[in-house]
Structures are given as C-alpha cells and as structure tokens.
Design a protein around this ligand. Structure first.
Ligand SMILES: Nc1nc2c(ncn2[C@@H]2O[C@H](COP(=O)(O)OP(=O)(O)OP(=O)(O)O)[C@@H](O)[C@H]2O)c(=O)[nH]1
Length: 313
C-alpha cells in the first residue's frame, strides 16, 4: 500500500514538475518552499533560485527587474501594503495578474489548515486577447448602430440616447435645455432638379458645418432623411436662439455644386423649430413642442426659426 502511495506521489509530482500550469507552495511563514519550472519561468528564474523567497522579496524582485508580476505603481511599498492586506484573507481566492511581456495569468491561492499555501497560475493570454478583440468589435458595432452612414453624425438612435442622457444631467444640475429640429426646405425640389447624389452631398456638408458650429458637449444628429436635431444643455434662451439664427444664415449662405447637366450652383435653406425647456421638462414634451415650432416655421414661409418657451408660470 505504502509503495502504491509513493508511486502515486511520484507520478503526481512528475506531472506537476512538467506541467505548463505554474505551481508554487509557500509555508506558513509565507516563504516559497517549492515551485515547478512553469512558475519559475513566470519570474524568469530557475526553480532552485526562488526557494526561500518571501512574497515580499518576490514582489521586490519583480519591481526591480521588471520581470514577473507587472507592478504598475510607482509606489512599491503602497502596492505591497495593498497586496499583503488581501493575501491570506481567504482560504481560497483567485485573481488575474499581468506578467511582463503583456501576458495574463489567472492566479489562485489555496490555504490549508497548517497555513501552507498552494499557488497555481494558468495562462489567460489567448483568452484575454480574444476578449479584447470581441470588446473592440462590439464597440465598433455599437458605434455603427448609432452613426448615420451618409453624414457620419449620430443617427436617430444615437441622438436620442445621447440627448436623453444629457437631459438627465440637466435635471440633476438644474440647467435649462434647448432642443432644435432643423429641417431642409423644399428638399424634394433639390433632389428632383439635381439628383440624389447632389442632395446627399448637401446633407453631408450641412451636417459637417453644423457639427463644427456646435460646442463639444452639444448633441447633434440626423434623425430623418433631411431633418437634423440639436440638443443644447446649459444654454440660456438667448444663446439657443442665436445659435439657431446663425445656423439658418450659414446654410442660406452655402453654395453647392449642382449636377453636370443642370445649374452649376445650388443654394438651399432650412427651417428650425426650437423649444426651450426647464431642467425638469420631460424630453418627449420638449420634442413635441419643437415639432410644433418647426411646423410654424414652415407655415410662415420657411428659412426661419420659431421658438416655443416652456416657462412655468
Ligand atoms: N438626397 C437625399 N434626399 C433625401 C434623403 N432622405 C430624404 N431625402 C429627401 O428629402 C425630401 C423630403 O421631402 P418632403 O418631406 O416632401 O419635404 P421638403 O420637400 O423638404 O419640403 P418641406 O420640408 O415642406 O420644406 C424627399 O424628396 C426625400 O427623398 C437622403 O438621404 N438623401
């Protein structure tokens, strides 16, 4: 029986010695008493060399040689205090560690009743790289789902998501908010006279000009074919109206190249419906009233701004 156990121990030990997974055993004084070759390789050392190392000495070596555990902090003592506070707090714990050279390992620590600790580390690098690629692809997809293909500004979904977030911020900070709906005038005629590619180019350039005219934290998007929306936070009534008037003027002053067989120059105008709300105006209400104001701007001859104030009495 005892020779069988011996055999088994030898076999297990041989497996551990040659395993690609890293193993180390620390005694109850937290001194390394054994590690296999895979563990030593993590620290760019030989197994025998690491014998007798404390966790602290191991970390200091990593910090000084820039090999092994990647210690990002400039303050080694602070890092050690934090790591030592966590160490040996639970019978079992696992955590991810970056190893020099950009590799990632899942470390686990298991403590027995005598206070000895078995440390195991498994290479996670391939998994991490895959996760990184998936995250990147997800971000790209999300960006595409929120972006208008023609103008590269936010689309309907992107605009409403960002504007509602900004409206919530106004609600928290008590700032006023302004919503503008900008709709091109008689755009059907432009398409009919010059063709869709010219119409597309006009929409592209108007989106570009408008985006450049706004502040970084204003929200702007193309919410329908020839309709744009702008959400201004922290803009008082005067500022909102000034921005709208300036946009109308700028659009009317733009000159576009017509189709090869038609007028060489194309000029367009736009109408804006603007609604100025209080910090607690529901976003849907702001939108509805901006639509009403836009219709009024159209009814009153286009190329103009109409304003609706949602002031409380
Ligand atoms: N070139 C181009 N035209 C578009 C696009 N999306 C919508 N349009 C056109 O925009 C025009 C909108 O027409 P209407 O809704 O009748 O409005 P309008 O002619 O602009 O007239 P008012 O809005 O009343 O001033 C239609 O001819 C659409 O085909 C687009 O992506 N590119």
């Amino acid at each position: 029986m005892s020779s069988e156990v011996n055999d088994l121990e030898h076999t297990l030990f041989a497996f551990i010695e040659s395993s690609d997974e890293a193993y180390a055993l620390f005694n109850d004084q937290d001194l390394l008493v054994y590690c296999n070759a895979a563990f030593a390789r993590l620290f760019n050392a030989e197994s025998d060399f690491l014998a007798g190392f404390s966790f602290r000495r191991l970390a200091e070596r990593c910090y000084n040689t820039r090999q092994g555990i990647h210690i990002e902090s400039d303050d080694l003592e602070g890092w050690l205090r934090y790591a030592e506070e966590l160490r040996r707090t639970r019978q079992f714990r696992s955590y991810e560690v970056e190893i020099s050279g950009g590799r990632w390992f899942l470390f686990s620590e298991q403590i027995d009743k005598q206070g000895r600790m078995l440390v195991r580390a498994r290479d996670l690098t391939a998994q991490k790289q895959l996760e990184g690629r998936i995250n990147h692809a997800n971000q790209k997809l999300r960006h595409m789902a929120m972006t208008d293909e023609l103008t590269h500004v936010a689309n309907y979904r992107g605009f409403f998501e960002a504007a509602e977030a900004e409206a919530n911020r106004c609600w928290r900070t008590g700032a006023p908010m302004t919503l503008m709906l900008l709709d091109m005038d008689h755009f059907k005629k432009v398409n009919d006279s010059h063709g869709y590619p010219v119409g597309d180019e006009i929409l592209r350039r108007i989106a570009e000009m408008t985006r450049d005219a706004l502040r970084e934290y204003d929200v702007f998007g193309r919410i329908a074919g020839e309709e744009f929306a702008i959400f201004l936070s922290q803009a008082n009534d005067e500022v909102g109206i000034q921005i709208a008037a300036r946009l109308i003027e700028s659009i009317a002053a733009m000159v576009f190249t017509g189709s090869a067989d038609g007028d060489p120059e194309v000029r367009v105008t736009a109408s804006i419906g603007l609604c100025i709300g209080e910090c607690d105006t529901p976003f849907e209400q702001l939108f509805k009233q901006a639509e009403v104001a836009l219709q009024q701007a159209k009814d009153q001859g286009r190329n103009r701004v109409e304003v609706f104030h949602m002031k409380k009495d």
